[in-house]
Design a protein around this ligand. Structure first.
Ligand code: 13P
Length: 286
């Protein structure tokens, strides 16, 4: 089944004036369930107190009961990781950190190590979120070190990549995604990278209410998947989950998650409310 495509048509996406002068192949919907289990992750950023987090889980758990199609991950701030691990115990919900250091221990004030995360039951970790890159000097090189460390410690890494608006407008999207992905994967042994997850988060779509169209997202995912094939192997490229992030909400989840190359979502603002995030999980089964 194919989505409606407009071959050769000029599409304006306001307010960015992003022009797709020539649509490539129509984006294909998922034909059969593939080996890549849908992953829906909540990035709570610097929001919620522990009490609010517990109230969220109480409201959220019944909403997703019976929805086994997706791996669900909550990523709260470090202060409430243990609280959330406790609150979701015995439920099909995982807990992820929003960042970590790559070393096991050391004199790095304010940092959290992978050993510490593992010790409290954290299973996933976001690496290289654009806000970490923009405000906290995260670089492609530190992303690479953190990714190696996550694999070494058995944490499931969700590596964030994505272009800025100016880069998209300058036609540099492919170059940026290839650079971020290839440096992140440099020196990684494909045999250790089975759990790799990448999140494509175009910076211009984060917190702006401006979602990438399914076509833009699917195109970017193809570029990232091709780079994984080059950097690791074609088999890993086929099995690696690539999520979309940037103004995902219940209303646009189905149109994004149904596409062949999109394996789930990394959700910011719309993950703070249990009903809204529950609906995103449900709609991702489309
Ligand atoms: P929003 O969903 O609020 O746009 O945030 C996306 C994001 O940064 C998730 O990591």
């Amino acid at each position: 089944m194919t989505l409606r495509a407009l071959p050769g048509k000029k599409i304006h996406i306001e307010p960015f004036r992003i022009e797709i002068l020539k649509m490539r192949e129509p984006q294909t919907r998922k034909a059969v369930p593939n080996m890549r289990k849908t992953l829906i992750a909540a990035n709570w950023k610097m929001y919620k107190t522990p009490d609010e987090a517990v109230a969220f889980t109480k409201a959220f758990i019944p909403l997703i009961a019976g929805h086994k199609h997706a791996e669900i991950v909550l990523c709260p701030s470090p202060t409430m990781l243990p609280t959330v691990v406790d609150a979701v115990r015995n439920n099909p919900i995982h807990v992820g950190a929003q960042t970590m250091h790559w070393l096991d221990q050391g004199a790095y004030t304010g940092e959290t190590s992978p050993l510490m995360l593992k010790a409290i039951g954290v299973t996933h970790v976001l690496i290289g979120h654009s806000e970490r890159r923009q405000y906290f000097n995260e670089t492609d090189e530190s992303v690479n070190l953190k990714l190696k460390s996550a694999f070494a410690h058995g944490l499931i890494p969700i590596v964030c990549v994505g272009e800025q608006l100016a880069e998209r407008e300058a036609n540099q999207t492919a170059e940026v995604l290839e650079r971020q992905t290839s440096i992140a994967l440099e020196g990684i042994d494909p045999a250790t990278a089975q759990s790799l997850v990448i999140a494509y988060e175009p910076v211009w779509a984060i917190g702006t209410g401006r979602t990438a169209t399914p076509e833009i997202a699917a195109d970017a995912h193809k570029i990232i998947r091709a780079q994984i094939a080059k950097s690791l192997s074609p088999a890993l490229a086929a099995s690696t989950r690539i999520l979309y992030g940037g103004s995902v909400k219940a209303e646009n989840t189905a149109s994004l998650c149904c596409l062949e190359d999109i394996d789930g979502a990394l959700v910011g603002g719309a993950s703070l409310d249990a009903a809204s995030f529950g609906q995103i999980v449900i709609n991702s089964a489309a």
